[in-house]
Design a protein around this ligand. Structure first.
Ligand code: GDP
Length: 454
C-alpha cells in the first residue's frame, strides 16, 4: 500500500490562505484526526467534491479555523483519496497544521510526488505532468497558454495520433510477415510509405518548431550590446521599466553584465546589459568587456545598439560582424539628435532593425514586433502542440529518424520484418515520450525537478 503523503501546496510565504494537501488511502482518516467540523460531522461521511467548515485541533487545542475539502478516488488530482485543509496562510499556522497531519499518520511528500502519483495512476501522461511544472513557472501569457494546452493534452493527442498511424502499419506488416499464406489485406508499399511519411512529417514539424516554441515559452536569452554610451542601459531600463542599469554619459559605467527578465507584450526576454565594447586599460572593465563578447556569442538574441548621432567606429563595425548569422534586431538609437552615423550600413547588414530614441519615446511595441518576426512567432500559436523540453525533442527526433529509415528501407526493397523493426523502435520512442514505456530513472528525474507540494 502506498503511504499517505502530505505537504503544503501553497507557497512558502505568508498569504491569505495556506493549503495542506493530503493524498493516499488514509487521507480522509488522517484529516479527521486534526480537523473538527463545526456541525460535529466527520469527514469520513463526506462524499467527494464536498467541503466542511471547522477547526484544526492541535494537541487538544484549536489552532485555526479551516475548510476541509474532500476528493474521493479516482476523482482527484492524484487519483487517490485527497483531503485539502485550507487554513489562514501564516507560515506558522500552515507549518503547525502540517505537523499535526504528520502526527496523525501522514508522511512528508517528496518533490513532485502528488503529480507523480497522478501519472502513475493514469490521470495524466508524462507530457501533461511536465506541463504542470511549466505552468507553475510560466512567466508570461504565451508560456502559460502553451503549458495549459499541453496540460489539456494537445501534445499527447498529437503524439497519440502519430502512434496510431505507426501501430496500424506495424500490425498490418506483422500479420503479413507471420501469416504469409493467409488472406490478409496487404498494405501496398506505396500506401505504407504514404502513412509513414505523414507520421515522419508531423514529427519533423514538432522538432523544427522546438526552438521557437522554447523561445516563446521559456523566454529569450537576450544580450544588449554596443559601444559605450550607445544607450544600452537606457534601453534596458526602458524595457524593464526600472532604473536597474546605471545610466550616465561616463563611458565604462556598466562594467559587468546586469541581468533582468522582462515581459515585452507576449514575449519574455531574459536581458543582459553588457559592458560597452571598447579597448580598455582598466583591468576590471576589460574583464567586463570580455564577458560582453562571451554573452554576444552565447545569447539566443542580440540587440546591438548603435548611436546614430555619432559616426560608426571600429567597435560598431566589429559588432555588425559579430551579429552576422545570429538572431539580432539592430537598435538604431538617439534618432532625436542630429544624425551622423552611416545608417545604411546598419540597415544593409540587418534584416531586422528599429529606429528609436530610447531616452524619450515609448518604442517597445516596434521592438517586440521585430523580435516576433525574427523568431517567426508573429503567428505563433501557443494552442498548437509544442515540445516542451529536450527529452521530448530527443524522443521525437529519434522516432522521426527511425521512420525515415523505414521509408527508405521500403523503397530499397528491404524485407518487411526488417522495416517493422524500425517502426517498432519509433513506436517505443513515442511511448517513452508519453510515459507509457518510460524507464523509472527518466520518470524519477522528471519529478525530482518539481517543488514539494505539487
Ligand atoms: P550605455 O553606455 O550604452 O549603457 O549608454 P547609456 O544608456 O548609459 O546612455 C548614455 C547617454 O546617452 C546617457 O546620458 C543617456 O541619457 C543618453 N541617451 C540614451 N538614449 C538616448 C536617446 O535616445 N537620445 C538622447 N538624446 N540621449 C540618449
Amino acid at each position: 500500500m502506498e503511504k499517505t503523503i502530505a505537504a503544503v501546496a501553497t507557497g512558502n510565504a505568508a498569504g491569505g490562505i495556506g493549503v495542506i494537501r493530503i493524498s493516499g488511502e488514509n487521507a480522509v482518516e488522517i484529516a479527521d484526526k486534526v480537523f473538527f467540523a463545526a456541525d460535529g460531522s466527520s469527514l469520513s461521511e463526506l462524499k467527494g467534491y464536498r467541503a466542511k467548515y471547522g477547526s484544526i485541533m492541535e494537541q487538544g487545542k484549536p489552532l485555526d479555523n479551516a475548510v476541509a475539502l474532500v476528493f474521493r478516488a479516482p476523482k482527484s488530482y492524484t487519483g487517490e483519496d485527497v483531503c485539502e485543509l485550507s487554513v489562514h496562510g501564516g507560515i506558522f499556522i500552515v507549518e503547525k497544521t502540517l505537523e499535526a497531519v504528520f502526527n496523525a499518520g501522514a508522511v512528508p511528500a517528496e518533490a513532485g510526488e502528488f503529480t507523480k502519483r497522478a501519472f502513475l495512476n493514469g490521470k495524466m501522461d508524462l507530457t501533461q505532468a511536465e506541463s504542470v511544472a511549466d505552468l507553475i513557472s510560466a512567466e508570461g501569457e504565451t508560456a502559460a497558454l502553451a503549458s495549459f494546452n499541453a496540460l489539456q493534452g494537445s501534445l499527447s493527442n498529437k503524439i497519440n495520433s502519430i502512434l496510431q498511424i505507426l501501430t496500424d502499419c506495424s500490425a498490418n506488416m506483422a500479420a503479413w510477415v507471420d501469416y504469409p499464406d493467409e488472406e490478409i489485406p496487404d498494405l501496398e508499399d506505396e500506401e505504407l510509405e504514404k502513412s509513414l511519411s505523414s507520421a515522419a512529417k508531423a514529427l519533423k514539424e514538432l522538432v523544427e518548431n522546438y526552438e521557437n516554441g522554447r523561445a516563446m515559452i521559456q523566454g529569450i536569452d537576450t544580450a544588449i550590446a554596443g559601444r559605450p554610451n550607445a544607450g544600452k542601459s537606457t534601453l534596458m531600463n526602458l524595457l524593464s521599466g526600472t532604473d536597474k542599469s546605471i545610466v550616465t554619459n561616463i563611458e565604462g559605467t556598466t562594467r559587468d553584465i546586469v541581468e533582468e527578465s522582462v515581459r515585452l507584450g507576449s514575449l519574455v526576454l531574459h536581458l543582459s546589459d553588457t559592458a560597452g565594447l571598447r579597448k580598455s586599460a582598466d583591468k576590471v572593465e576589460a574583464i567586463g568587456i570580455d564577458r560582453a563578447y562571451g554573452k554576444i556569442e552565447s545569447a539566443s538574441l542580440i540587440l546591438p545598439v548603435f548611436d546614430s548621432s555619432r559616426i560608426l567606429n571600429k567597435e560598431d563595425i566589429h559588432l555588425i560582424e559579430l551579429c552576422r548569422g545570429k538572431k539580432a534586431v539592430a537598435i538604431i538609437n538617439k534618432t532625436d539628435l542630429v544624425q551622423r552615423a552611416d545608417v545604411d550600413l546598419i540597415t544593409g547588414a540587418f534584416e531586422h532593425y528599429v529606429f528609436i530614441s530610447a531616452k524619450n519615446s515609448k518604442c517597445t511595441a516596434e521592438i517586440e514586433n521585430q523580435i516576433k518576426e525574427l523568431f517567426g512567432s508573429s503567428d505563433f500559436d501557443a494552442s498548437s502542440p509544442i515540445l516542451a523540453n529536450q527529452r521530448q525533442k530527443q524522443c521525437c527526433r529519434k522516432a522521426m529518424d527511425y521512420i525515415f529509415d523505414a521509408v527508405s528501407s521500403l523503397v530499397m526493397g528491404v524485407t518487411r520484418d526488417a522495416v517493422n523493426v524500425l517502426i517498432d523502435s519509433a513506436i517505443d520512442e513515442l511511448l517513452s515520450l508519453t510515459g507509457k514505456k518510460a524507464n523509472v530513472e527518466v520518470v524519477n528525474n522528471i519529478f525530482s525537478k518539481f517543488c514539494v507540494g505539487k
